[in-house]
Design a protein around this ligand. Sequence first.
Ligand SMILES: *[C@@H]1O[C@H](CO)[C@@H](O)[C@H](O)[C@H]1NC(C)=O
Ligand SMILES: *[C@@H]1O[C@H](CO)[C@@H](O)[C@H](O)[C@H]1NC(C)=O
Ligand SMILES: *[C@@H]1O[C@H](CO)[C@@H](O)[C@H](O)[C@H]1NC(C)=O
Ligand SMILES: *[C@@H]1O[C@H](CO)[C@@H](O)[C@H](O)[C@H]1NC(C)=O
Ligand SMILES: *[C@@H]1O[C@H](CO)[C@@H](O)[C@H](O)[C@H]1NC(C)=O
Ligand SMILES: *[C@@H]1O[C@H](CO)[C@@H](O)[C@H](O)[C@H]1NC(C)=O
Length: 350
Amino acid sequence: MIFSRKYAFITLACLSLAVIPVVRSATIDVVVGGPGVLKYDPEFVNASVGDVIRFTFKQKNHTVTQSTLESPCSPMRSGFDSGFVPVADSTTSGFQQAQLTIEDTNPIWIYCRQGNHCQQGMVFAVNPGDKFEAFKAAAAGNSTTTATGSATSGAVTVTATVTVSNGQTITTTYGSFPGSSAPTAATTRDHRVVVGGTGGKLTYEPANITAQAGDTVTFEFRQKNHTVTQSSFEQPCQALSAGGQAGFDSGFMAVADSATNFPTYTIQVNDTKPIWAYCRQGTHCASGMVFSINAVESGPNGFEAFKAKATGGASGGSSGNDNNAAFSTRLNGAGIIVAVVGVVLGSLMC
Ligand SMILES: *[C@@H]1O[C@H](CO)[C@@H](O)[C@H](O)[C@H]1NC(C)=O
Ligand SMILES: *[C@@H]1O[C@H](CO)[C@@H](O)[C@H](O)[C@H]1NC(C)=O
Ligand SMILES: *[C@@H]1O[C@H](CO)[C@@H](O)[C@H](O)[C@H]1NC(C)=O
Ligand SMILES: *[C@@H]1O[C@H](CO)[C@@H](O)[C@H](O)[C@H]1NC(C)=O
Ligand SMILES: *[C@@H]1O[C@H](CO)[C@@H](O)[C@H](O)[C@H]1NC(C)=O
Ligand SMILES: *[C@@H]1O[C@H](CO)[C@@H](O)[C@H](O)[C@H]1NC(C)=O
């Protein structure tokens, strides 16, 4: 199964036929997990540009998720992520695989998002130089600390409770250095988005934004009668709430042509998972009146792909066929991100 031709993170359905026709570059195999094994084997590799790292997911339920040296057990913003790949104990063949094509020789840091696997040392690196042990030690929690900090050297992962502007608190994990202060409310902000307007504008301006956990987004409803309603990447023009999931909805905001005061609706961003939204009025969504927060432009599920889905235009994204759509759904359900890490690998169908 090809996740997306354009992207190098590819899941293959069957191991036996997974012969990779890559010319003049090495394929480096890495085994993920296995019975009673919480590690990537090998734990790190040196790779050249064009090499392909091929992860084979063995027993239990692991991920291959990009992180950073500073924060080994947290997903890197816009980093790649395989999603969870559960493998039954009884499985003996047909292990799923994922591939990563190396584009440059900068270090790439990786961990397993499952439970406390990362803290137990389930980390991996490509071209770590002499920093692999430091990375693993930071993952293992020897330099993990609460916001009070610790005197260990190197970067730390900090879990802190942060008070944001409206008095609410959120818990956040961030990479930091020992002794540095926790993020404060000063780092969160309100993003203003103008909805509609005179002349029959069917727009959110801006239509796509990036926001930090703790930020708020205030929609200012201008002329006509619009909503901002949370949906999903898969179904841009259907309210999340219609599928029984929690999702925000401003309700219809009718604004007279002569109005000079505009109603607003504010949502809070609680994490950096992509948030998708649309206008429920008539055919506005199909006309492209859609909005996103933290869409991952480097992956198949960018804002443009979302909008194309809404308008029924040329399909972007990862919804090429049913299999891919299913995989994509699972990826989104897990709130994760697949990034472009490489070049076209061509057809790798089993
Ligand atoms: C795999 O792990 C994830 C995260 O813990 C969990 O949501 C999912 O249900 C697990 N899958 C299986 C088949 O156990
Ligand atoms: C990988 O490269 C580093 C230097 O960047 C070197 O110290 C190390 O021995 C190499 N490891 C392997 C397994 O070749
Ligand atoms: C963490 O620290 C303990 C005690 O100092 C040590 O035994 C252990 O090996 C360290 N773990 C790593 C991954 O460095
Ligand atoms: C996302 O928003 C920015 C800023 O408004 C805009 O320049 C860009 O064109 C938008 N991207 C897409 C795909 O519409
Ligand atoms: C706004 O649109 C909704 C849905 O079409 C409609 O029910 C409502 O009456 C409209 N409000 C006004 C004031 O036009
Ligand atoms: C963020 O969390 C608050 C409080 O739990 C919730 O009301 C709100 O809907 C969440 N925001 C989003 C976009 O899910």
